[in-house]
Design a protein around this ligand. Sequence first.
Ligand SMILES: [Zn+2]
Length: 180
Amino acid sequence: MSAVADLAPGGLELVRRFVNTVELPNGPDELDTLEQARGWCLSHGLAPPKDCTHVRLLRDFREALRDLLFVNNGEGDAASAWERLNPFLASTRLSLAVSPDRGLELAPEDKGPIASLLATVYESQLQGTWTRLRACRKSSCRFAYYDRTKNASRAWCSMASCGNQAKAQRRRQRERLSPG
Ligand SMILES: [Zn+2]
């Protein structure tokens, strides 16, 4: 659905796709059932979730990531969005590993989806790509996209749908507020 230009570089694209496994506000959700979640993880090179509790955790993790992408778009509170990751770290095992062509890198010990995605977030912070991964500013949309604009100023997943709607809404508000 989204343009090629929206794709994130390298492994960060997997984070973007993971956040977009649900279409807000009402679905469909590709991580809805254990079977669906297992299928999604396997087809994206991640270890499948073990049970329904694990799937619920995955869905919560997805929304915690989305909060961070919303922060990357200048919305919400950064400190509380980062703190929201803490419970997920508790269930995650990451270690340092040597990659012959990239040097030291963080490695999830069991290819678990949460550990793998967290390692990618960490790596993208080091590479300076993280803050360009954003959730659309329109609160009912919050679709994840990668901002490739020169000055990193893109606020909406698509100008045609969300951007123009938001602008029209602001214009109406201004007109209501202005006297006469
Ligand atoms: Zn949008």
